[in-house]
Design a protein around this ligand. Structure first.
Ligand SMILES: *[C@@H]1O[C@H](CO)[C@@H](O)[C@H](O)[C@H]1NC(C)=O
Ligand SMILES: *[C@@H]1O[C@H](CO)[C@@H](O)[C@H](O)[C@H]1NC(C)=O
Length: 436
């Protein structure tokens, strides 16, 4: 009994961490507005075994594709769950679900499952599969693309031996592990992500080139790939080309983080994509595109999504960014940076050089500021520090003439009345007076 009890507790604690962000095609939630779908053969919702489906028999078949892009709150893990129905006589064809960088694919056969819907003769079995995909993920955008390489009809045709093949989904749920409250970007649940503020964000909501140059010219346009809009891509940004931009007037900082989502389109066989900042390599990814099912992306081709991030020391107030791709063969291959977020960890106010965002992590103050108790504070110019002391009579003190001035920086104590001159080294930028 005890063991079962503890196990149940553990499961609940874990399950509570995931936050459901989105559900669809379950209960009364059958809104397909934000979904893209193409090459469908009937009304968008079908049935199997009394369950309604997005797609289904006579609906999603040869060439059908359904996709959607999600904009997610700050998170470090994504989980999607859905029920997939294989309907009728799939003979070795593959269902492919791209969940950003993770790809679920499975081959199906005619006799798998039972007769729940569809054509309903021998060799036309239907199978329900619960699919769950979990990935480490921190891009704000999450792409979901579902398709298959079915090659026969989704609907009944009056030809003997002509088979039917279709598919559908329902009970879709997307959940995330959220960042620590207040963070914009994170790799885990701790509060260490509070250092990041947003420096720049490209291509997620607006599709302009934002001043990025590709081999000296502007990026020549956008594409629809798997139903989703992307800048660059087929015939626009080829393997071998690069993107470049210089950012100026950065706030004073000590760390920079890049979060990328790159789409590799066509034939990629371990060619490199490299991020160079100020001529130093910050990230280098070998890209391989071996997804089994090609789909319409300008033309019909294979697509892989790569999510990656890199954190580096950086302090200069300018940053030259080059994203290079490397071409090894003449096979058609293209790429896209679907989103790029740049985050910056700034020094505290008044700090010129630091190793952390806390005021005590500053190693040098900006001009006219100075250290006081390990923190930078505004230093009034000493020549202006004309201090006038007005003595108030305090009833609680027996001797009304008692007073004392201490000056911290020069370790000086004064109890004398009258005018006094004090010479201090010019290297001392601050004087702190304390009065008793
Ligand atoms: C930044 O530099 C410090 C000191 O050289 C080093 O310990 C740290 O690992 C570096 N951080 C990154 C992200 O490169
Ligand atoms: C690809 O890049 C690597 C390192 O960046 C380089 O060594 C190699 O020669 C490049 N290959 C081609 C075909 O340019």
């Amino acid at each position: 009994m005890k063991i079962i009890f503890y196990f149940a507790c553990f499961t609940i604690a874990f399950a509570q961490d995931f936050k459901t962000i989105f559900t669809a095609f379950v209960g009364s939630n059958w809104n397909d507005q934000e979904w893209f779908y193409s090459d469908i053969y009937g009304g968008i919702f079908g049935f199997c075994e009394n369950e309604q489906l997005f797609g289904g028999h006579y609906v999603f078949g040869k060439n059908s594709l359904a996709s959607r892009q999600f904009i997610l709150p700050p998170h470090y893990y994504v989980k999607i769950q859905l029920r997939f129905w294989k309907i009728d006589s799939w003979d070795g064809e593959v269902f492919q679900l791209i969940a950003d960088q993770k790809v679920y694919s499975r081959q199906f056969w005619p006799n798998e499952g039972g007769d729940f819907c569809g054509r309903g003769k021998k060799g036309n079995n239907d199978l329900l599969v619960n699919i769950e995909v979990s990935i480490e993920h921190n891009s704000q955008l999450f792409a979901l693309i579902m398709t298959s390489n079915l090659d026969e009809h989704a609907y009944y045709v009056q030809v003997v031996f002509r088979q039917q093949e279709s598919w559908g989904i329902n009970w879709f749920e997307l959940s995330i592990l959220e960042c620590f409250l207040g963070c914009l970007s994170c790799e885990d649940s701790t509060s260490s992500c509070l250092i990041w503020s947003s420096l720049a964000s490209y291509w997620q909501t607006q599709m302009s080139d934002d001043g990025w140059l590709t081999n000296g010219g502007q990026i020549g346009g956008s594409n629809i790939c798997g139903g989703l809009l992307i800048v660059g891509g087929t015939s626009i940004l080829m393997q071998g080309q690069s993107l470049e931009k210089t950012l100026k007037d950065l706030p004073i900082h000590y760390l920079i983080k890049f979060v990328f989502k790159i789409w590799a389109i066509g034939e990629w066989e371990y060619e490199k994509l490299e991020l160079q900042v100020d001529n130093q390599v910050w990230m280098s990814e070998s890209i391989q595109n071996n997804n089994p099912v090609p789909f319409d992306c300008g033309i019909k081709q294979k697509v892989s999504i790569v999510n990656t991030h890199t954190i580096n020391n950086h302090t200069q107030n300018e940053m030259n960014i080059v994203i290079k791709s490397n071409q090894s063969s003449q096979k058609p291959a293209f790429w896209v940076i679907q989103s790029l977020d740049i985050y910056i960890a700034e020094c505290s106010i008044g700090c010129q050089e630091c190793f952390g965002t806390e005021p005590t992590m500053c190693t040098k103050c900006i001009k006219k500021w100075g250290f006081y108790q390990n923190q930078c504070i505004i230093a009034p110019p000493i020549e202006c520090a004309n201090v006038r002391i007005v003595q108030f009579k305090d009833q609680n003190i027996n001797n009304p003439d008692t007073f004392q001035i201490t000056i911290d920086e020069v370790n000086q104590n004064s109890i004398d009345k009258g005018q006094q001159k004090l010479f201090v080294s010019s290297s001392i930028s601050t004087l702190t007076f304390k009065f008793w």
